[in-house]
Design a protein around this ligand. Sequence first.
Ligand code: SDX
Length: 427
Amino acid sequence: MADKKARLTVDGLDEVIELPVYSGTIGPDVIDVRPLTGKGLFTYDPGFVSTAACDSSITYIDGDKGVLLHRGYPIEQLAENSHYLEVCYLLLNGELPTKAELEKFTYTISNHTMVHEQLSQFFKGFRRDAHPMAIMCGVVGALSAFYHDSLDINNADHREVCAYRLIAKMPTLAAMCYKYSIGQPFMHPRNKLGYAENFLQMMFATPCDDYEVNPILARAMDRIFTLHADHEQNASTSTVRLAGSSGANPFACIAAGIAALWGPAHGGANEAVLSMLEEIGDEANIPEFIAKAKDPDDNFRLMGFGHRVYRNFDPRAKVMKKTCDEVLSELGIENDPLLKIAKRLEEIALEDPYFVERKLYPNVDFYSGIILKAIGIPTSMFTVIFALSRTIGWISHWNEFHSSPNRIGRPRQLYTGAEMRDYPAKK
Ligand code: SDX
């Protein structure tokens, strides 16, 4: 129930339109603009800058304060004290698991990690030099051809098993993309290993040798997964929700999310950051790149900088920077040249009036690539890792959407085309 109202007057309309105002648990109130349609009006908000497209109880962001909460828990505490699978359970179910619930969840996920042998054949249709995100879009969408037993979106049990399958199979598919690109045999998942350990094993082990997972790298990998797990109604999550609103099956919806994530303004930024740091090449060249980023006539943007919601530090970037320092020092990479450039670039940008006035800070993608590179992950796989990690966010939002009454998403427009005109008579 709305206990507040907004009142709107519009030139040419001799009535005051009353609009209900709703309050969430925390965060800005929202004005319910739906009554406007009946008055012949739409709202106009390209880029969804001030539009709440749904209500959700999964994740909360306070962009001014740099706060990110999953089901109420601050991301810093989850990154420090929890781990990815526990965060997956939390996002999906709303509460932290008990010990027994976590054991059962972990067991279930580890027993869904294999993909259908027939799916492995799909890879052969791709060029070896295909971008792994192109392959991911294809093979994740193809999952819908394999699991007909769980595609009833109105059945909560079906939705649950789809979520398990996706969380479990994404690392397997991601590692297969990498193995395919380098011409090595696919490595099967090992159920005894933890989630991040298993991913590293499938990425870097070969059938010829014993492979021991480095616990430091596994911990860093798990933290990267955790930091990317969900982020409210970002472009890819909104895509998944919109695709889901038509009743499309979950695997197709997640494939749509992967496509939306791929762009450099979104998840593709982690790959773009590393390319940018390599292109800068030397601290002495930083001012030239800063000048390009500030030039309105130049399309270049400082990758890993700026965010639609954060007008302060992205809290994930702070944890990422700390993790980066820890990982590089534990691996004995004390003087990583790209890290030096990144830190200096951050210092310079944070003092530059252009970035200060626009409140542009490093985002989640700024330091993640340096850690991934230190772990040995090739740059082209960075966005795949983001997609793997974000799958839990996507599927949690998709599930939330289908857990209550809903409607197909159907934005309207401000039409600026030709008025109605007659097709010219044939001469
Ligand atoms: C992610 O939404 C999410 O939650 C996403 C995400 C998630 O977890 O899901 O957090 C993941 O996508 C992180 C963002 C990764 N992208 C990048 O790092 C690419 C570089 N950043 C940008 O292009 C940009 O900041 C965006 C896309 C992230 C945000 O775009 P907005 O909100 O539309 O902001 P804008 O482009 O309108 O910027 C406002 C001003 C503009 O200047 P003016 O026209 O006002 O003079 O700031 C400038 C922009 O030109 N600006 C930048 C800049 N980012 C914004 N100028 C230089 N370098 C930049 N990086």
